[in-house]
Design a protein around this ligand. Structure first.
Ligand code: SF4
Length: 228
């Protein structure tokens, strides 16, 4: 009898129950990660809403220009909620196959209004969009002197110069506005490996899906109940 078996026998621990509890714990852990990422997104959305209310900054109606950029990079962790949702809805394999055969650099979630004008459209998975999608337009980065600078698009700057100026006034008054690095640090605390990998956006979504599929390949699945 091995050391572990002796230990279990001595302490009258039923190995199968213990293993089931371990399995349950790890099964819960990916759900916990999904929920933790969603909590980060929720607090960011609240901060962005406050910034929008103070500045009046907003995306142009029907504009999908930023989603058509072919060089958007993201981490798999920020797409874990999306991958989980697809898995929960039974779409994971279909989406994975699509991603594996897709060679377009434009985000697979982007839904253009027409084939002629690709820049008008919207996100087909808006509620589960990634951190980069949420921050772009309403988040700040530090320049080489440590000064915060709002990262927004040319269209918003040109369309809403007053709102853009107000945002920088808020920064100079030391009012908090969402900062990219702060939010990426929050993701690092949830899963450093999945948050620290940077891929082109479709690859990041694919890696998130593979993570979920691999995780549940040998674990029981229970859905996340949506509240509110
Ligand atoms: S996930 Fe949605 S918001 Fe983000 S780049 Fe893709 S289409 Fe745009």
């Amino acid at each position: 009898m091995g050391v572990y078996e002796k230990f279990f026998q001595y302490h009258r621990i039923d190995q199968s129950i213990l293993l089931a509890k371990f399995a349950h714990f790890f099964c819960m852990s990916i759900k916990r990660k999904v929920k933790a990422v969603e909590r980060v997104f929720k607090s960011l959305d609240e901060e962005i809403n406050r910034l929008k209310a103070k500045t009046g900054l907003h995306c142009l109606t029907g504009c999908g220009m930023c989603c058509t950029k072919p060089d958007i990079e993201a981490s798999p962790l920020e797409f874990l909620p999306l991958a989980f949702e697809w898995f929960q809805n039974g779409q994971a394999m279909e989406k994975l196959e699509f991603l594996q055969q897709n060679y377009s650099p434009i985000c697979v979630s982007y839904a253009p209004l027409s084939l002629i004008d690709q820049t008008s459209g919207s996100c087909g998975t808006y509620l589960n969009r990634g951190l980069i999608c949420r921050l772009f337009g309403y988040g700040a980065t530090r320049d080489k002197n440590g000064e915060l600078k709002l990262v927004t698009c040319k269209l918003i700057k040109e369309d809403q110069p007053g709102g853009y100026a107000t945002a920088h006034q808020l920064i100079h008054q030391k009012e908090y506005i969402p900062v990219f690095s702060d939010y990426y640090k929050k993701l690092f605390q949830i899963d450093f490996k999945l948050a620290n990998q940077v891929y082109p956006i479709n690859k990041a979504i694919q890696v998130a899906l593979e993570e979920i599929l691999h995780y549940y390949a040998y674990r029981p699945f229970s859905p996340i109940k949506k509240t509110g």
